[in-house]
Write a new protein. Structure first.
Length: 344
């Protein structure tokens, strides 16, 4: 692979000043050598067609928390496109022209990610696009959809079955939540969608929710260490007091798949849900998820989420809109999923 022949390309770049303060993200023309990429050389170069917007991307672009680890860097924890070049001696069966996606593994955090027209990645991170998914559709799912698939599969693997009772999805109108509602409904579960946006009730019912509850019902935390058991399981994007309430209200041998922290990262609970009801917390980490589970989750998304439902939750926006979108997602104002057309 001759990196010099890749040339320059357009990307959203984040840098910091001499005092280490993150500067506003800006569209720039760069080369791969300007950017931190794996493993300093990288073994596969991808022409990126689409990326997506996740909550973590919002944090990264706006410099909240410590998502970005190197500078200058191209954010974007997801990408999908076509393999342009493969270094000699690269492991695996990646070939020039393959349609591929990459999520996580530190892209858009430690290594440059999807908000540019070209990305250099490690071959071991690559998932071939599953049958039935093109690059745009894959990014309509993105890390959020992938995480939802991991969460739903974790509940099933734990033994939670559709007949066991309701499954509540928190942050339901967001990216993880929307896809989780659709996947659970497709698998036959009765889904309660918890949202702070009652105006999205019709949207959530169209996705497959049987009922919609106000986020305040769970957001105040548990009334007592063990509340009345209401749910067989949960997919939680919110964390904090909401997660504590879910644990106290999950029934015997139920489970809560903990995915996110949109409402808070702290968890104050007691051991009673664990030792008196056998409730489990299932930790979900999409970033470092092993490849066999990754491929299975992507195959599930391709197979189980009706395409018209996915289209209903997806908006496509140009790269230049990312900063405004980052502000919107951190304010809880993005519905469903945003696909980023990196060449628009
Ligand atoms: N574990 C992993 O591997 C993984 C992967 C992807 C994402 N995540 C995490 O999962 C969470 C959701 O990510 P996402 O990309 O789906 O983000 P998103 O699209 O912004 O969805 C988050 C949703 O949470 C709700 N929410 C926002 N602020 C809230 C608050 N202060 N209190 C209660 N609810 C609030 C909103 O839903 P309503 O309007 O419906 O209430 C919002 O749409 C984030 O914390 C993200 O970091 C984790």
């Amino acid at each position: 692979m001759d990196i010099d022949s890749i040339g320059s390309f357009r990307a959203l770049v984040v840098d910091r000043d001499a005092d280490g303060r993150q500067l506003p993200a800006a569209l720039r023309t760069v080369t791969l050598d300007d950017l931190p990429t794996w493993p300093d050389d990288g073994d596969v170069v991808v022409d990126v067609a689409y990326s997506s917007l996740n909550y973590k991307d919002g944090l990264a672009v706006l410099g909240k928390g410590t998502v970005l680890r190197r500078f200058p860097i191209v954010p974007g924890i997801d990408l999908a496109g076509t393999v342009r070049a493969v270094a000699d001696g690269t492991d695996g069966d990646v070939r020039v022209g393959d349609a591929v996606l990459v999520t996580g593994w530190g892209i858009g955090e430690t290594w440059s990610g999807g908000y540019g027209a070209v990305a250099r990645v490690r071959s071991g991170w690559i998932v071939p696009l599953p049958e039935g998914l093109d690059a745009r559709t894959a990014m309509a799912f993105g890390t959020a959809g992938f995480t939802a698939a991991l969460a739903v599969t974790a509940l099933e693997d734990h033994g939670v079955r559709p007949g066991d009772g309701d499954i509540v999805v928190t942050g339901a109108a967001g990216g993880v939540g929307s896809i989780a509602v659709a996947l659970l409904a497709a698998a036959g579960y009765r889904v309660l969608a918890s949202t702070g946006r009652p105006q999205e009730g019709d949207y959530l019912r169209a996705l497959g929710a049987a009922d919609v509850i106000d986020r305040a019902v769970l957001g105040g935390g548990p009334a007592q260490p063990l509340d009345k058991a209401r749910y067989a399981g949960a997919v939680d994007s919110v964390g904090g007091a909401t997660l504590a309430a879910l644990l106290a209200q999950t029934g015997v041998h139920g489970a809560v798949a903990s995915c996110g922290l949109a409402g808070g990262s702290e968890l104050h609970t007691t051991v009673f849900p664990f030792i008196l009801r056998g409730v489990s917390v299932l930790g979900i980490d999409s970033n470092t998820c092993p490849m066999d589970k990754r491929r299975a989750a992507w195959a599930r998304l391709a197979r189980d989420v009706p395409r018209d439902r996915l289209d209903d939750v997806t908006a496509v926006r140009p790269l230049g809109d990312i900063v405004a979108l980052a502000e919107a997602i951190l304010a809880g104002g993005v519905r469903g999923r945003v696909v980023v057309d990196v060449n628009a």
